[in-house]
Design a protein around this ligand. Structure first.
Ligand code: ZN
Length: 607
């Protein structure tokens, strides 16, 4: 259920942010703005300000800011629809009827039903494991694997009896309609009509969502069957690749430790957990997905990949590394000796030996290089080239520019690429490789999200003054701001000029949605001077020009930095010709730098 968009738009126009906020804090007028002591953090002198013309609030102390709706959401701890309701009431606007989002509601209801049936099935299967005669085969299996009762209960392990319809009958007796059972994934439909139980004679591992509700199951055979594991199909409650096994139990420990150990199978998580290693998640057989990485990334930014040591495990680990790097996580790889998996290893050698191995996990790049060099004769150029090609994608995927360069140098040294020109070419290909321009921008944005003084000041001026925008935006080159953390705002301004759109919080925040810089927008807008007298335009224009010069100076400095690194490599490798060429380039940059320096410095010192 939600409110119609037209109503929300109306409300945005009509709601008076000062009046609404006035109900919560005592605002005092100060210039064009209203000030108060911030309701979100403790303070004695007011740094919380509200701008009626910009329709935003912003606290210079704790940096909270946004629209009137953001304020109410934060203050009342409510979601957006509830904030709409509150603002509408305070603004005297009658609330319209809610739109019934029926498809969403239906899907939600269906998902709840699947989970309900899963709960019934799981409880019944747990009983089968605990006390049925047939369950002995599963109890024996757990005993052989040295899995304790406590562990069994923690993970709610269970046993599905070897029957075509025992579960179906149980569910129907409990009152579940056949139609719901058919949609639950607990049964397999037959072509000729009817259905049979999906999990038969298997040890059951329930997959829980983050709230600990069973959304799917994995079943391990206890006989010698071809399919060692079978899993639930996708249902309204379960989409493959969106969940991680164990995370509902291990999330807090992952957060505490600052890293997660990523394993493949159920037992690779259950057994270490029993031994006291509780910052583990399992990707569940299928290849790791970006959704899963985002999920674990909410709790830690470092991951140790600990897949099986066999060739299939190594392949899976390499795929996982790429996906983890794309999501900007730091990756190490742990390959246990003799191709063992964590389950076997820890039972054989114990916790302390596992922890020792874990502490010596390789940085991802070393692992990738080892794999690339293995079984290749690095004295044969063609094989060497293959190895290089195998490694480069894992460097390209690294987001931090500094780390990328570091990994690149490690790789080039390990792969014995000593020719400086070739190295330079390869480095270049990394940066200009497939879709690298956009990736590159993202890297830069992520590694330095905080804007510099020059860009802040320039943006403040541009945000405040339409006349200045029309004059200055055409002078700006895309490359002046492309590398900057605030690039998204610059692009939005250029776009607004082109489309003739109004430059306000609404337009800008929509244009940069999802960009980390969005957090800075309220601060920038609040600091933007209110549109003042026209005779200031020339002052503003010259200040803005100085900012642009400063930005260009910083860009030159970055290029000089790159060049110096390349020169160091060239020097180390005795590539005199290249070194000469690079020195010439460096001189040119130095000249350009000196022309930009005076104006730019005026800005950086805060004039
Ligand atoms: Zn505050």
């Amino acid at each position: 259920m939600r409110y119609p968009q037209t109503f929300i738009d109306d409300l945005k126009r009509q709601a008076d942010i000062v009046r609404v906020i006035q109900d919560y804090v005592q605002l005092k007028k100060k210039g064009a703005n209203w000030m108060a002591c911030c309701p979100f953090h403790k303070e004695k002198t007011p740094s919380f300000s509200v701008s009626p013309t910009k329709e935003i609030f912003y606290c210079f102390g704790c940096h909270k800011g946004g629209s009137v709706f953001n304020f109410v959401m934060e203050m009342e701890r409510v979601a957006f629809p509830e904030a709409i309701k509150i603002v509408a009431e305070k603004s005297g606007m009658p609330l319209p009827k809610l739109i019934d989002d029926s498809r969403f509601e239906a899907r939600k209801a269906e998902s709840d039903q699947v989970i309900e049936l899963n709960k019934w099935a799981l409880e019944w299967w747990e009983q089968q494991l605990e006390s049925s005669a047939e369950g002995k085969i599963a109890r024996d299996y757990l005993k052989r694997r040295e899995i304790t009762d406590e562990t069994r209960q923690t993970f709610r392990l269970a046993y599905a009896p070897d029957s075509w319809d025992a579960l179906s009958i149980y569910l129907r007796q409990k009152g579940a309609p056949q139609e719901q059972i058919d949609k639950s994934g607990l049964v397999v439909k037959k072509e000729e009509g009817g259905s049979y139980d999906r999990f038969r004679g298997r040890l059951i591992f329930p997959v829980m969502d983050i709230q600990g509700r069973p959304i799917a199951f994995g079943g391990r055979t206890l006989k010698d069957e071809d399919a060692k594991y079978i899993n639930s199909p996708e249902t309204a409650a379960y989409v493959k690749g969106r969940n991680l096994f164990g995370l509902n139990l291990t999330r807090d420990e992952i957060r505490r430790q600052g890293f997660a150990i990523l394993v493949e199978g159920f037992l690779d998580l259950v057994v270490p957990y029993q031994f006291g290693i509780r910052n583990v998640v399992a990707s569940l057989g299928t290849a790791l997905t970006a959704d899963q990485v985002k999920l674990v990334g909410r709790f830690a930014r470092k991951v140790v990949v600990n897949y099986d040591g066999d060739p299939a495990g190594v392949q899976a680990a390499k795929k996982a590394i790429e996906i983890l790097l794309v999501e900007d996580l730091e990756v190490k790889v742990l390959v246990l000796p003799d191709g063992t998996d964590p389950d076997e290893f820890i039972r054989k050698f114990g916790l302390i030996e596992y922890q020792r191995q874990r502490s010596e996990a390789q940085p991802h790049i070393q692992f990738v290089i080892d794999q690339a060099v293995r079984n290749r004769n690095m004295h044969r150029p063609a094989e060497k080239a293959d190895a290089v090609e195998e490694v480069l994608p894992y460097i390209r995927a690294v987001r931090s520019r500094i780390q990328k360069r570091e990994y690149f140098d490690i790789a080039m040294d390990s792969l014995r690429i000593s020719d400086a020109a070739l190295r330079r070419e390869l480095w270049h290909s990394l940066r200009l490789g497939p879709d690298s321009t956009r990736t590159e921008q993202r890297i830069v944005r992520r590694t330095q999200v905080k804007p510099t003084i020059a860009e802040e000041q320039l943006l403040e001026l541009l945000l405040a003054d339409g006349q200045l925008r029309r004059k200055l935006l055409p002078r700006l080159e895309a490359e002046d701001y492309d590398d900057l953390p605030t690039a998204g705002i610059f692009r939005a301004l250029v776009e607004s000029e082109r489309a003739g759109a109004a430059v306000d919080f609404d337009f800008l925040s929509r244009s940069i949605e999802g960009d980390p810089i969005a957090d800075f927008l309220p601060a920038l807008l609040m600091s933007a001077p209110d549109d003042a007298e026209a005779d200031q335009i020339e002052d503003r224009e010259s200040t803005a020009q100085k900012c642009i010069d400063a930005l260009r100076l910083m860009q030159v400095d970055r290029r000089i930095g790159d060049l110096m690194a390349e020169m160091a490599v060239a020097e180390r490798n005795g590539a005199t010709e290249l070194l000469d060429k690079l020195s010439t380039e460096r001189l040119e940059l130095a000249r350009r730098r000196s022309t930009l320096l005076p104006q730019a410095q005026a800005v950086q010192t805060g004039q």
